[in-house]
Write a protein that binds this ligand. Sequence first.
Ligand code: MG
Length: 226
Amino acid sequence: MHNIETANASTLKQISVIKKRAHPLLICDVDEVLLHFIPHLERYMNARGIYFREAVYRLTENMFHTETGKNLPDHECLKIIYEFFESEVSKQEAVPHAAAQLKRLSKHCDIVILTNLTGDQNKSAREDLLKSIGIDYPLVTNQGPKGGAVAALCAERDGHPIIFVDDSPTNIVSVGKSVPHVQLVHFVADPRFFATAEDLPNVALKSNCWLETGDFIEDLLITALR
Ligand SMILES: [Mg+2]
């Protein structure tokens, strides 16, 4: 029995219009994978007198007021993240080599961008920004763990390799449980968060470098063709 997560209706609708075919697929996250996220969020927080106490993968329970030393309750952390995206989604900087490596891999597989983001405007802004740096593939927005969305994206691709790249331990674990045949790449661009990221089960590659990740995925795809 697999522990299948279910994607929400909006995500499934977006997936339903993506071309399906018997071909390999690379599913790639955005924040901290294609675009820098942590350093932008930290700058945004610092300007508001807030900092991360630890460089660990926990956005809530980890934001503290510089002046009082008190931690922010969960709902205030989520509000900061929400406001951060409203303000910064069109300004995030590219992770080095990501665009070129996706282009290289697109010769061997279809590519879908799967990003946790709310709001149609944020989605358009993110699509525009990615296109401007040469990343022009179908983009699906999701909320919560990504296992359900990845399961839906795998439809009609039986027997072909599927690779999922994400920084979030929650998403890596969710996809690993929901769709066990998917190859998992745990990618964290930020060097401090990469250094503290725990090793997750069944991860094929843990990396913070797109040159290494591009080589690794191309090898997987070419080996699968043999
Ligand atoms: Mg991410």
